[in-house]
Design a protein around this ligand. Structure first.
Ligand code: SF4
Ligand code: SF4
Length: 400
């Protein structure tokens, strides 16, 4: 499976590339091989799946979804609305792959299955709202956001861009200004805020639209709503999906970098791991009091676990506390936008379970998730527990 030291995936896809994408989707023979492995498997990965855990249904185990895919593939089962809906119960966490002897990339197979479902007009009704939010705001969320960026913080002419995560914008927009100040402090220059949408706020990269399988909508978003990156030499982001999507080894067809305006994004943990090491915070943090939750997107989809830990260590002294399942085996909180829209209660149950585990350690006094999406999902599910995103912790360390 994919992690920091892993070789590229074995089954390099060979099929047709969707518009705007450089890496093709999984070809039918690779999907058939994966689903055949699952069919004869005694469900070795069942325990690892957040959807199975949260919904307690055999149909939404990795085995169940892949078995249905096989049955629709050989036309033993018709692609009905109920069957199509099943293909959406995967958060894309890739945790099943961590425990699969065949290295099956279930999200890759299901991405293709969703595109087929969408082509047949079978996107689940529960995702219609998400699509409407994209139409209206170019983001997966509807909430009106009063916040506007501090014009003193960002420089529209800067050649280094910062494209914030939608969850940061929706739940903690002030952090965007704080990150701008942090970057100025550790890099010695202002950055440009990227992704200005219809309401003059940053837009989504479009990953959740892609996860609905709606290729025409995604293509429209990539062509019409993708922000201008003209004049940039670097593009930084705290969005794990944007980084994972651009990773050649992730589960999803890669975003095109052929367009000179489509720079490959760099996650802020990579930038800050270096910059903080050279320009440490005034007061050292006791890192050994911090329990860290690794985002799926930043371990199994994009190789960002090592820079996340390097950044944490650069903030102070000591080793962060690990969860029982850690790093590449870390549990998924179910916080991915499409799963939350599809099964809000199940997603919340799963996030509450992971949040509870984060707080069970006898000596850890701070709980930190490496991604804004996870920190937000965990925090919403257990508002009584304090869970910070890694980026927020870094700003705190610099009293920003
Ligand atoms: S993904 Fe791997 S472990 Fe899971 S059911 Fe399929 S073959 Fe078995
Ligand atoms: S990738 Fe995650 S959510 Fe999807 S089937 Fe595997 S374990 Fe379940």
């Amino acid at each position: 499976m994919r992690h920091d030291d892993a070789p590229p995936l074995k089954d390099a896809p060979q099929g047709d590339a969707p518009p705007g994408d450089a890496r093709p989707a999984a070809p039918p023979d690779a999907i058939a091989r994966m689903s055949a492995y699952c069919t004869y498997c005694p469900k070795m990965c069942r325990f690892s799946c957040p959807a199975s855990a949260a919904e307690s249904r055999e149909t939404v185990t990795p085995w169940g979804m892949m078995r249905l895919l096989e049955l629709t593939g050989d036309q033993s089962v018709a692609l009905s609305p109920e069957v199509a809906e099943t293909f959406y119960h995967c958060t894309g966490c890739r945790r099943c792959q961590a425990f699969c002897r065949h290295d099956n990339d279930v999200p890759r197979a299901l991405w293709r299955a969703r595109e087929q479902a969408a082509d047949a007009g079978l996107i689940p009704a529960a995702l219609t709202t998400l699509r409407e939010h994209f139409d209206a705001h170019s983001r997966p969320y509807a909430e009106a956001i009063d916040w506007r960026p501090d014009p003193e913080v960002f420089d529209p002419e800067a050649t280094v861009g910062f494209w914030p995560d939608c969850d940061t914008l929706a739940t903690n927009p002030e952090l965007i200004d704080r990150v701008g100040r942090l970057l100025e402090r550790v890099l010695g220059e202002k950055v440009r805020l990227i992704g200005t949408g219809p309401d003059h706020l940053p837009v989504c990269c479009g990953f959740p639209l892609g996860a609905t399988g709606d290729r025409p909508a995604l293509d429209h978003h990539l062509k019409e709503r993708w922000p201008s990156l003209k004049g940039l030499t670097e593009l930084y982001t705290d969005c794990p999906a944007l980084c994972a999507w651009a990773e050649p080894g992730s589960s999803w067809p890669e975003l095109s970098h052929g367009d000179p305006e489509r720079l490959k994004p760099t996650h802020l943990v990579e930038v800050l791991a270096e910059a903080v090491g050279q320009n440490p915070p005034p007061e050292k943090l006791d890192v050994s009091a911090i329990m860290v939750h690794h985002s799926c997107m930043m371990t199994r989809q994009a190789p960002l676990a090592t820079p996340s830990l390097k950044l944490l260590r650069a903030l102070g002294s000591g080793e962060p506390v690990t969860m029982m399942f850690d790093g590449v085996e870390a549990e998924c909180c179910g916080g991915q936008a499409v799963y939350r829209a599809l099964e809000p209660e199940a997603a919340r149950r799963q996030a509450a379970r992971v949040a509870e585990q984060l707080h069970q350690h006898p000596t850890a006094t701070r709980q930190v998730s490496t991604a804004a999406t996870c920190a937000c999902a965990l925090g919403e599910a257990r508002a009584d527990l304090d869970i910070t995103s890694l980026l927020e912790l870094v700003c705190e360390a610099y009293t920003i």
